[in-house]
Design a protein around this ligand. Structure first.
Ligand SMILES: *[C@@H]1O[C@H](CO)[C@@H](O)[C@H](O)[C@H]1NC(C)=O
Length: 243
């Protein structure tokens, strides 16, 4: 499963007095849904300059500049440092699940299409296109396998493109010279799906060609039925007139 999503909970507060500006940012950072790696940071800024930061992984305040170092030392010997460490449980682990369910529960699985853009001909390689549509969130991994091995050359992929409705699409092109018996697949990994989504290329006939044949065949059958019906109708009518 692809999970390179990082959940960041940020709260900013500030105090302003004439000519001085003190602000701090609280951050809860995690990349795992079971919240085993939560890091809490409180960063103080004085007139926009970093001043003192608490980092729960270190378990201490770290100061910047002379005044910051002095203040960090003072706070590290104060119950304030334990209170900050407690924020991992009290603040982060309480709030992160709320944000997880608000964002990650809304994942939408991509619709994947694999098609031929160009068939191989003398001097021209074949071009396949693999597209993923209507997925959320935008973090996605689209790659190609040739006989089970990841293809690293002759692949061109677009960025994740926003449709403007919270859904995204992405396209990947593979240029290759077909050889008989090989197996080409497009693999899509997205947080909405535990298993990679794999589409195997069927080189017999491109889907669009098959569709054209299917439409043509349906038209032919319909034409035959209609003309037969017309012929029978005509026969009946004309035989009725002559009687
Ligand atoms: C917090 O401290 C840990 C351990 O030193 C470090 O790996 C991590 O990058 C720090 N976090 C930030 C945001 O600086």
């Amino acid at each position: 499963m692809l999970l390179s999503l990082q959940l960041l909970l940020v709260l900013t507060l500030s105090i302003r007095t004439d000519g001085y500006y003190l602000s701090w940012i609280d951050e809860c950072i995690t990349s795992s849904p079971d919240l085993t790696d939560v890091e809490y940071l409180r960063s103080y800024y004085f007139n926009k300059d970093p001043w003192v930061q608490f980092n729960s992984t270190v378990g201490k305040f770290i100061g910047f500049g002379e005044y910051g170092v002095k203040n960090a030392e003072y706070w590290n010997n104060d119950p304030y440092v334990q209170q900050m460490q407690g924020e991992v449980e009290r603040y982060c682990k309480h709030n992160l699940p709320i944000f997880y369910s608000a964002i990650l529960d809304k994942t939408v699985k991509p619709v994947v299409q694999l098609r031929s853009e160009q068939q191989a001909s003398a001097g021209h390689p074949a071009l396949l296109m693999c597209s993923a549509y209507n997925f959320y969130p935008p973090v996605i991994d689209v790659y190609w396998l040739r006989d089970g091995k990841k293809v690293t050359t002759d692949v061109i992929s677009t960025e994740e493109m926003a449709d403007g409705d919270w859904y995204y699409q992405v396209h990947s092109h593979l240029e290759y010279t077909p050889t008989s018996g090989e197996k080409i697949s497009c693999v899509v990994e997205h947080t909405s799906s535990k298993e990679p989504i794999i589409h195997n290329w069927d080189p017999t006939l491109p889907e669009s060609e098959r569709n054209k044949i299917a439409i043509g065949a349906s038209g032919l059958v319909l034409g035959i039925i209609l003309s037969a019906a017309g012929f029978i109708y005509y026969k009946k009518k004309s035989s009725g007139q002559w009687r």
